[in-house]
Structure formats: C-alpha cells, structure tokens
Design a protein around this ligand. Structure first.
Ligand SMILES: [Ca+2]
Ligand SMILES: [Ca+2]
Length: 240
C-alpha cells in the first residue's frame, strides 16, 4: 500500500507516527486484561422472597475499564411434578419442573436462567375415572436436577462508570428473584399436574475487561529504540 518513493515532509510525519504506534504496542505499554469475581448463593427454597448478593466494583488502579460481563449460573433439584391422564387414549408425555431465576444488576439487561428437572415417558388411557396421580395413566418427575447459565454484557459510558469503584472495596448489588417453573407437553394425553417445589442455588460472576498500563520491559524498550532508530535511518536515507 505504501511505497517508499515519496519524500515529502508530510509523508515522513505519517511514517514516524506509524512507527511509534508499532513501537508502543511492541513495548507492552498497553494491553488488555480481565479480572473476575464471583459469589455463590443458596441453596434457597423455590418461591422464597427476593434477596441480594454483592460483588466488588472494578478497581480503577488496575487500568481503564472497557467492558462488564455478568454471568448468572443457576441449578435446581428436589422439586416434583406428577401428571395424571384423563384422556381416553394413551400418549407420550414430557414434564419439567424447576425455577425461573432472574438476576438484576445495575444498568445491565436482566439475567434470566431457568434450570429444570426434566422427564418423559408414556401413559395409558385413563382407566380409573379420577386424577389420583398414581397408576399406569400417571407419570412424574421426582428426581434429578438441572442447571443453566445466562450472560449479559455492557460497555456503554454509563455502565463503565456505574461499575468503576470510587471508594476502596466498593461493591454493587445483584437482586435475585425466583418463581416456580413447570411445563407439560403431550401427544394424545391430557389432564392435571401436581407440583411441589424444591431448591435452587448458583453463582453470580462478573468479568471486568480493561486496558492496563505497565512499565515497559527492557526487551520492549530495546525494540522501541530499534524502531525509532530505523525510522531515523529511513528519513536519513531518503534525504540523500
Ligand atoms: Ca386418570
Ligand atoms: Ca391415575
């Protein structure tokens, strides 16, 4: 793209700027890094009231914050769901039970994770005349567990400001909300379900991406010197 045929002063200025940029990158004066914090929550009964967890804000002494990523991990166990067929035909049935966990952090889109215990099987046609949740016309999920995660990120100015500490050891709060979640699907069968709720637990993680500034290493300074030196040589040779 650039041929070494021009010798105008303007061209030389551009070349010098490019060499300095390459040298700064080579010298390690600026590089990207990530720092991560996490906090566990639960186990908590599904249906319990909202609660909060706290995580550290970004320490600006590390560098300049460029992005915030929050991860919600949630798992569930201990719930049950049982179905009783009231149709005159049998069918295949899929059932799930668990919880919808919502985590709300400052200025970030709410994180939603729905861990479920899932089961499936077949049921016979209704043969007892009442939904008693037992017999071959019935099927349930009574064991197992499920886990899932959700991630949201942000890098707008207001988000970076909200997550950068202005005081030592400053934290932000994440509010955890939960509701029981259940589903039923079938080909042919239909009827009521009975549900009991178990527990959920998990983790909230925050990743801070930032540009760190550090003292150039000797090898980096050497390459900086070489590149600046070669820039001088280049200019010297063109003048001749
Ligand atoms: Ca029945
Ligand atoms: Ca039954």
């Amino acid at each position: 793209m650039c041929q070494f045929t021009q010798t105008t002063p303007k061209y030389r200025q551009i070349m010098k700027a490019r060499i300095l940029l390459i040298a700064l990158a080579s010298a390690g004066l600026s590089s990207a890094a990530i720092v991560t914090y996490n906090v566990n929550y639960g186990p908590t009964s599904i249906g319990a009231a909202d609660f909060t967890v706290s995580l550290p804000k970004f320490d600006p002494s590390l560098g300049a914050l460029t992005g915030v990523s929050i991860v919600l991990d949630a798992s569930t166990s201990g719930s049950t769901i049982v179905f009783d067929n009231e149709a005159n035909v049998g069918g295949s049935v899929t059932l799930s039970v668990g919880t919808t966990v919502t985590a709300t952090a400052p200025l970030i889109t709410a994180l939603v994770a729905v861990p479920l215990q899932i089961g499936s099987g077949t049921v016979t046609a209704d043969n007892d005349g009442a939904p008693d949740f037992i017999g071959t016309d019935s099927i349930g999920v009574t064991t197992g567990s499920g886990s899932v995660s959700n991630t949201q990120t942000g890098s707008s100015g207001p988000i970076l400001a909200a997550y950068t500490a202005t005081l030592p050891l400053e934290t932000f709060d994440v509010t955890i909300n939960n509701l029981i979640a259940e589903s039923f699907s079938s080909s042919g069968a239909y009827g009521p379900t009975q549900t009991t709720s178990g527990i959920f637990e998990g983790e909230v993680t925050v990743h801070y991406s930032y540009e760190l500034t550090s003292v150039p290493e000797p090898s980096g300074l050497l390459s900086l010197g070489c590149l600046i030196g070669s820039g001088v040589c280049l200019r010297f040779r063109r003048k001749r």
